[in-house]
Each structure stands twice: as structure tokens, then as C-alpha cells.
Design a protein around this ligand. Structure first.
Ligand code: PBG
Length: 331
């Protein structure tokens, strides 16, 4: 049947019809809200490159968590800004580390109990050089040394799970980290703690604003020797396959918008729960356009999120989580 018997516009005539035939649904329960935890009390310091995003002390993070829970958001992803940094990133795994403190406080909050608490496992926020692993001299330059880093990541994951993380999420892109973390969790009696692996993480310019928020910019060089080349789809599939073989329970794709084809390909190929991370640069560029009045804030925000769901992500890590949840609940 073709025109004029068939008219596609019939089902677009009003919102009830459009809602009936809508294929992709976005709800607050699909969203994960990232928080940046810093030392102190009553601290809420704005991140200049990310409007509406703050470095929060533990007490303020608890307030945010309560609000997020009320809005029906699924969970939080926690990053830490330690008191001090060193070559090994000690702040990542010490018992009194900043994320560990936040996890303990959040576990005490009745409202926050509804949230899935996810801890980002990486060293870059905690190392003085800002790389995601141990740095060694190599010839004239340096190398981020894979195998010695695994032990530190595993230690980090165990200490976060002990402090109350419901899920640990390695984002460092070292080879073999999922297996190392799984073995360490199991040995520590934490066999029930799932791993959300940032399986497919590209070396991206879109992490720029995050590095201000988390104070984690590399002091020399860049991350291209461990994060993936943005041109590679097949390599992304191999990374995911390997992480699943090593024991990842869920995978996280990142960034989202410039890599929606990768999200889609992963959805077609793997049956595991999958999230996508709408990263800092995606958020900030939209905000820059909102500030100029070039894009309608609410519509552009929801469209960007629905697109990620339609590509195949089950859940989305996004700095828009609270704004989007508010809007979805009022609709
Ligand atoms: C840590 C990490 C980064 C992001 C998440 N985990 C930064 C990086 O890899 O440089 C970026 C998230 C964002 O841009 O919102 N390795």
C-alpha cells in the first residue's frame, strides 16, 4: 500500500496517538547521576566548564543523593577529589579515601538506599601525574605500565565495595583489569559485587570539562596509549568480548553521541545489560548552546537522551539526570 491509501501522518495527529506508537521510552529510572566528591564540609563549588555541576563535600553529596532518589533516578556514579595526590594514587584505595567516606555516608541515608551506588575505579584523579596507571620511564619518554597497575585497581575496587559500593566500574582501560578486579573481589568475600566495565572507552576530546571537574588532566602526554582510537568499531567489539570473558556483568560505552553506531553495534551483538555515558563535553556543548539561546534546553536535552536509548543503551550516565527526571515526571 502506498500513497494516497497509506498516509504516515495519520498517527502523528495528536499527542495521544504519538504516545501510543512511540518506540523508545525514557524514564528517570534509566538515568545514573555522576557526583564529584571533595574534602570538607558544606562545600558546593561550581565547575566552571559544566553549568549546574559541583564539587561536593560528603554532606552535600548526601543531600544530592536524597534529591536524586526522590526524583526516581536509578543511581549515582561517584568520582573523588582526594586531599592529596601521589605517584601511585594511594587516595584511590585507602580506607579513608574520599569516595569510601562518601559511600559510607550514603549507605546511612535512608533515602539514598534506593539508589544503586556505582564507584568509578580509576587512578587518574589520585595520581600526581594524572595518568590512569603506574608511570615508568621508557627510553626518552614514559610508559603507563599495565600489569603493576592491575593490583592497584583491584585494591581500589575492593576498598570501594567494602565501603558500600553496589557496583564497581573500572574506567582505566588497562588490559586484564576486569579479571584482576573479579579475582580480588571474590578473594575478599565480595563475590556478589557486580562489575560494570567501561569496556569501550575512546580517547576523546569530549572528556575535557570532566578533567576540570575531577582535576585529573594528565600532566604530560595523553591517554591514547590506553584508551581506544575513535576510528575503531571492530576493536571496540573485541574490547567488550574480552571484558565479558574476564567476568564483566555489564558494559558501559563512552562517549555516547559521537559513538552511537558503536552503541548500536554492541546492542546487536551482546545480550548483556549496557549503559552509555553522555560525557562532560556532550553536556557542556549543549549548555553552551542553551546559554546562547541557540537550542531549546528541555527539548534538546531529552532528544539527546532518547537518541542514546534508541541506539540501544539500557541506561545512561548523564549530568542531565536531575533536570531530565524532573521534566519526565512533570510530563
Ligand atoms: C577516569 C574517567 C574519565 C571520565 C570518566 N572516568 C576521564 C578520562 O578518561 O580522562 C570522563 C567522563 C566525562 O567526561 O564526563 N578515567
Amino acid at each position: 500500500m502506498t500513497f494516497p491509501a497509506m498516509r504516515m501522518r495519520r498517527l502523528r495527529r495528536n499527542e495521544s496517538l504519538r504516545a501510543l506508537v512511540r518506540e523508545t521510552v525514557l524514564s528517570p529510572g534509566d538515568l545514573i547521576y555522576p557526583l564529584f566528591i571533595c574534602p570538607g564540609k558544606g562545600v558546593r563549588s561550581p565547575v566552571s566548564s559544566m553549568p549546574g555541576v559541583f564539587n561536593l563535600s560528603v554532606d552535600e553529596a548526601v543531600c544530592e543523593a536524597e534529591e536524586a532518589a526522590q526524583l526516581g533516578i536509578a543511581g549515582l556514579l561517584l568520582f573523588g577529589l582526594p586531599e592529596s595526590k601521589d605517584e601511585q594514587g594511594t587516595g584511590a584505595w585507602e580506607e579513608k579515601g574520599i569516595v569510601q567516606q562518601a559511600l559510607r555516608a550514603l549507605k546511612q541515608s535512608p533515602a539514598a538506599k534506593k539508589l544503586v551506588l556505582i564507584a568509578d575505579v580509576c587512578l587518574c584523579e589520585y595520581t600526581s601525574h594524572g595518568h590512569c596507571g603506574v608511570v615508568v620511564k621508557a627510553g626518552d619518554g614514559y610508559d603507563v605500565d599495565n600489569d603493576p597497575t592491575l593490583e592497584l585497581l583491584a585494591r581500589t575496587a575492593v576498598s570501594q565495595a567494602k565501603a558500600g559500593a553496589d557496583v564497581v566500574a573500572p574506567s582505566d582501560m588497562m588490559d586484564g583489569r576486569v579479571a584482576a578486579i573479579r579475582a580480588a573481589l571474590d578473594a575478599a568475600g565480595l563475590a556478589q559485587t557486580p562489575i560494570l566495565s567501561y569496556a569501550s572507552k575512546f580517547a576523546s576530546a569530549f572528556y575535557g570539562p570532566f578533567r576540570e571537574a575531577a582535576d585529573s588532566a594528565p600532566q604530560f602526554g595523553d591517554r591514547r596509549s590506553y584508551q581506544m582510537d575513535g576510528a575503531n568499531l571492530r576493536e571496540a567489539m573485541r574490547e567488550i568480548e574480552l571484558d565479558l570473558e574476564e567476568g564483566a556483568d555489564m558494559i558501559l560505552m563512552k562517549p555516547a553521541m559521537p559513538y552511537l553506531d558503536v552503541v548500536h553495534a554492541a546492542r546487536e551483538r551482546f545480550g548483556v545489560p549496557m549503559g552509555a555515558y553522555q560525557v562532560s563535553g556532550e553536556y557542556s556543548m549543549l549548555h553552551a548552546a542553551f546559554q546562547k539561546g541557540w537550542l531549546d534546553q528541555n527539548r534538546a536535552m531529552l532528544e539527546s537522551l532518547v537518541g542514546i536509548r534508541r541506539a540501544g543503551a539500557d541506561f545512561i550516565v548523564t549530568y542531565f539526570a536531575k533536570d531530565a527526571a524532573r521534566l519526565l515526571r512533570s510530563a
